[in-house]
Ligand binder design. Structure first.
Ligand code: 5GP
Ligand code: ZN
Length: 118
């Protein structure tokens, strides 16, 4: 069973912010911003590549609820999902990083040469 499936089953403790039938949100163990929350589906999905549109519809509403609950909806925030090797995905269970609580940096994130139009 993967790490986040264990968090869903409460076999590994986490600092839960919001939970419903299908989704759970908890604080990232290694925060990269003053607020760094992970939102995940309870069902195991490897990554965004495998996410069904219906699941994403629910995830959208769930993330909006997290933003409202934490008042990030007023100050602004960022939602990120890392996918696969180049995306830097470490945990192979679909998750969305919800980042905020301060003005976030927005810099280029690769030093590789631009490929132009593929
Ligand atoms: P990824 O790099 O896969 O997009 O993000 C995985 C995230 O999970 C990282 O930000 C990492 O800090 C977080 N993480 C890894 N293990 C745990 C854990 O056991 N508990 C919590 N709350 N977060 C974790
Ligand atoms: Zn899993």
């Amino acid at each position: 069973m993967c790490l986040f499936c264990k968090i869903v089953k409460k076999e590994i403790p986490s600092n839960i912010i919001l939970e419903d039938e299908n989704f759970i949100a908890f604080h990232d163990i290694n925060p990269k911003a003053p607020v760094h929350i992970l939102a995940i589906p309870k069902v195991h999905v490897d990554s965004f590549n495998e996410a069904k549109a219906e699941l994403m519809a629910g995830m959208t509403t769930f993330i909006q609820e997290i933003a409202k609950e934490t008042r990030l909806d007023e100050s602004g925030y960022r939602v990120i999902t890392n996918i696969g090797e180049d995306g830097g995905q470490e945990v192979k269970h679909l998750h969305f990083h919800v980042l905020g609580g301060a003005k976030l940096k927005w810099e280029h994130i690769s030093d590789a040469d631009p490929k132009g139009y593929l």
